[in-house]
Design a protein around this ligand. Structure first.
Ligand SMILES: Nc1nc2c(c(CN[C@H]3C=C[C@H](O)[C@@H]3O)cn2[C@@H]2O[C@H](COP(=O)(O)O)[C@@H](O)[C@H]2O)c(=O)[nH]1
Length: 306
């Protein structure tokens, strides 16, 4: 995850459309006195959990599909989490590797309990097939074996996932440099840690190495807090719901500066208030604030990564 941290900083130091405002950042850290409000994982009570390998399979499939909900104004992440849970409760084999490779678009809608065509539906079907195929080919069909192979290291888990599942390779090119963001691979590690409360499949000795998950909610919250400042052209496009192109400088800057800003907040909390905060804890706090304030304008990028 050092690659994510280092390349995000590289972008932040060269960004021209997005700026991290250190003064506002310090004000926010002071306002909470370095104590990040605690939010429980699954505060919504929507995820499947049975304490065993099926939960790992569920979370892996969920995170393979955990992107781009906004094109359907009524669709949010919670629908997928609870729809997939309901399907799994009805049929314990719904997420078997061989089944994952066969779902069609309409069957995927049924699996997720969503009756309309899904945003980027063909991509979602393709990614689901890839998950099934690669799990079957290299991991005996079970996502739990991915986790076992990572030997309690979140960094290894993310590296195994990005090596074996191309759909999780969330990286970009920025001014000729490769930038790593790895939102869905990292969130899977965080979801295991949260769901299993840091034990069993959720035990990672390096959980602190993860960064925040650069999606479209966290940047909107950081902007609202005054920590991210956008150029007037970028502000105007976002506020008028104009799409930001995948891979554009603007898009990469928004995501990288979000990661960088939260790392700066953590450093400041540590130096000023002598407290160690995990990026996951920061992420849950900021994300839950963002989804509760759903009117916050967010950038709109058609992407399979977030
Ligand atoms: N940074 C960050 N981004 C996250 C999540 C989650 C869900 N995490 C679960 C795990 C534990 C919690 O209890 C959550 O239930 C989804 N997303 C992203 O948000 C966007 C969806 O927004 P909306 O369209 O409003 O549903 C979309 O890009 C999606 O990929 C997170 O935790 N952190």
């Amino acid at each position: 995850m050092e690659e994510v941290r280092a390349t995000a900083a590289w972008v932040a130091n060269r960004a021209t459309h997005v700026m991290v405002d250190s003064f506002e950042l310090e004000k926010v850290v002071d306002s909470i006195q370095g104590s990040v409000p605690k939010v429980d994982w699954d505060f919504e009570g929507i995820h499947y959990f049975d304490g065993g390998p099926l939960t790992v399979q569920y979370l892996f499939v969920l995170d393979a599909l955990n992107f781009c909900f906004w094109p359907d104004e009524e669709l949010i992440y919670d629908h997928f989490a609870s729809g997939l849970k309901a399907s799994l409760q009805k049929d314990k084999h719904a997420l078997d590797a061989n089944r994952l490779q066969m779902y069609t678009g309409p069957q995927l809608r049924e699996l997720l309990k969503w009756s309309r065509p899904l945003p980027l539906e063909e991509e979602r079907v393709r990614l689901l097939h890839e998950v099934g195929l690669e799990l079957e080919r290299n991991f005996g069909g079970e996502a739990a074996n991915l986790v076992k192979a990572s030997k309690n290291s979140a960094a290894s888990l993310i590296s195994i996932i990005t090596r074996n599942f191309p759909g999780f390779r969330d990286h970009s090119l920025y001014k000729g440099h490769q930038v790593f963001l790895y939102k869905r691979a990292q969130i899977f590690a965080a979801d295991l840690w949260g769901a299993f409360r840091g034990e069993g499949y959720g035990k990672f000795n390096d959980i602190g190495s993860i960064t925040i998950f650069a999606d479209y909610i966290i940047p909107a919250v950081l902007r609202q807090l005054g920590i991210l400042k956008y150029s007037s052209a970028l502000s105007d496009s976002i506020d008028s719901k104009i799409e930001v192109c995948a891979g554009s400088e603007e898009e990469v800057e928004i995501r990288a500066c979000s990661i960088y800003a939260v790392e700066k907040m953590r450093e400041l909390i540590k130096s000023k208030f002598k407290k160690q905060v995990l990026s996951i804890e920061m992420d849950l706090w900021l994300w839950s604030y963002g989804v509760r304030n759903s009117a916050l304008p967010h950038h709109r990028t058609l992407s399979i990564y977030y």
